[in-house]
Design a protein around this ligand. Structure first.
Ligand code: BES
Ligand code: MN
Ligand code: ZN
Length: 499
């Protein structure tokens, strides 16, 4: 199932030669707790806890290499906050925390029992998702293993102990589909741009056919025919040909429901073009396709868990490079919508790609809503850091649902304003609009630009420049590319649009 951790569900047993994980609460004596669970020598655990000042607080753990009374078993005693009614995301985080404490352990059993009583099968499923998210690695370009005697990097086997294995397995299946989607999105973001360019990205998206997703790839000729000159303009300085990929998952029982549309910015490398970026951190711009990666990961998740919904994913794949054929400041492009765009700065390229991708999604599918994801502006990092994605929307209900899904999953969004006064800032002297609005309110003027291409379709734009790449490590993510948005949008779909 996963190449990084093998997860099983079954009955209680401390694994000989392995690691046994048990949970204690801050208000409970760890020794008594553990003794009740597995009959270890209570006295000696108490003195160990005193020695390392372990009091069972959440996000703390006590590692007992040779557990008294448990021959050849390493005991990992983990403090927990989530009680019986803990939120699902608390258990995702707990799974991630526990995996992080395992070290080189290969054989692990988790006594998945709350300090004050049973946890639910659904909570065990969230815990398993957390294990998967933490276990993900991207190291296949490293030809030498990390130093140390134990170079065994085989996947650890973790058994989550339960006497309701069938129920837990059923609850875990859709959560493993989420893990698969997040892993896919992370890998796409992490891949270098000499490996992942528009054509090869499109091929990876086409692999979703194996999960019964319909995939159509538009080449430059097809896009030219449709008049996608904004998207094509961005790609025209690159030796790599541009692509538009359309993915479709049909899972709704009724054909009457209009599909949901997810649109992603897929700039496989953003050098800035003629308005070239400075060298510092330019390598981060391999991640400028995190929006498209999220859309592909989400489609995979929806298909793998057979979501009862019709969804389309549209991703615009280009490489933004300087060159003799590149667009230049002062060029005027005619977008697929017919609206004309004066180029002020060729580094404001994401909105050009999205303009045509949004127009295509709207005209072709007449969707119930469109949500676009894009690493669109450095300004969103200035405003929100890496804690929230910027949310812009013309629809209060959709915005509220996204905010709720963000709070539930921990993939938080923060709504930003739109308005006529901001829109004015992108009026152009020579064309219908210009592609930058000046220094102030950079994320908002970028969103205003997109808004000119959505008509009256319900729409939300997520600026993920801060959350999709270069991510700080935490309990459930150690990867540069976070796969941000897959869990958020899966939750949005599951909560409000299925059935
Ligand atoms: N891809 C960048 C935005 C970005 C910056 C993503 C940092 C991730 C981290 C985008 O294409 C860009 O260059 N935006 C410009 C817009 C400006 C020229 C109006 C920016 O934010 O500076
Ligand atoms: Mn740019
Ligand atoms: Zn960009």
């Amino acid at each position: 199932m996963s190449e990084f951790v093998k997860i099983a569900f079954g009955p209680l047993a401390a694994p000989k030669g392995g690691t046994y994980v048990v949970f204690v609460g801050a208000d409970l004596e760890p020794a008594a707790r553990v003794a009740a669970l597995i009959g270890a020598a209570a006295q000696r655990l108490d003195s160990a806890a005193r020695a390392v000042r372990f009091r069972g607080k959440s996000s703390t753990a006590m590692d007992i290499v040779e557990a008294p009374g448990l021959d050849g078993v390493r005991l990992l005693v983990v403090g927990v906050a989530p009680g019986k009614d803990g939120k699902p995301v608390d258990f995702v985080n707990l799974g991630g925390y526990v995996f992080g404490k395992l070290g080189a352990a290969k054989k692990v059993a988790v006594a998945f029992v709350a300090p004050e009583g049973e946890w639910e099968p659904a909570q065990a499923a969230e815990f398993a998702l957390g294990l998967r998210l933490r276990a993900y690695r991207f190291d296949h370009y490293k030809t030498k293993k990390d130093s140390g005697d134990d170079a065994d990097d085989s996947a650890p086997a973790v058994t989550i102990e339960t006497d309701a294995a069938a129920a837990v397995r059923a609850a875990a299946a859709p959560r493993m589909a989420v893990a698969d989607g997040v892993e896919l999105a992370r890998t796409l973001v992490n891949e270098p741009p000499n490996v992942l360019y528009p054509e090869s990205f499109a091929e990876r998206a086409a692999a979703l056919k194996a999960h019964d997703v319909e995939v159509e790839i538009l080449d430059e000729k097809a896009m030219d025919k449709l008049g996608m000159n904004a998207l094509l303009g961005v790609g025209q300085g690159s030796k790599r040909a541009s692509r538009l990929v359309v993915m479709r998952w049909r899972g709704a029982h009724s054909r009457k429901m209009k599909p949901l549309a997810f649109v992603g910015k897929g700039v496989c490398f953003d050098s800035g073009g003629i308005s070239i970026k400075p060298a510092a951190s330019m390598e981060d711009m391999k991640g400028d396709m995190a929006g498209a990666a999220c859309v592909v990961g989400l489609m995979r998740t929806l298909a793998a868990r057979k979501a009862k919904v019709d969804a389309v994913g549209v991703i615009g794949l280009v490489e933004n490079m300087p060159g003799g054929g590149a667009i230049r400041p002062s060029d005027i492009l005619t977008s697929m919508s017919g609206q004309t765009i004066e180029i002020i700065n060729t580094d404001a390229e994401g909105r050009l790609v999205l303009a045509d991708a949004l127009t295509y999604a709207r005209e072709k599918f007449k969707p119930r809503f469109m949500i676009d994801l894009a690493t669109l502006t450095g300004a969103i990092l200035v405003a929100l850091g890496q804690e929230h994605a910027g949310l812009f929307s013309n629809d209060d209900e959709l915005a509220a649902r996204l905010s709720a899904a963000g709070a539930a999953t921990g993939e938080a969004v923060w709504r930003m304003p739109l308005g006529a006064a901001y829109d004015k800032l992108i009026d152009s002297k020579f064309a219908d609009m210009k592609n930058t609005g000046g220094r102030n309110a950079g994320s908002i003027t970028a969103a205003q630009f997109l808004k000119r291409f959505v008509g009256d379709t319900a729409w939300a734009h997520l600026d993920i420049a801060g959350t999709g790449m270069s991510s700080p490590a935490n309990d459930i993510n150690q990867s540069w590319g976070s796969g941000w948005g897959v869990r958020l949008l899966d939750r949005l779909v599951a909560e409000y649009y299925e059935g």
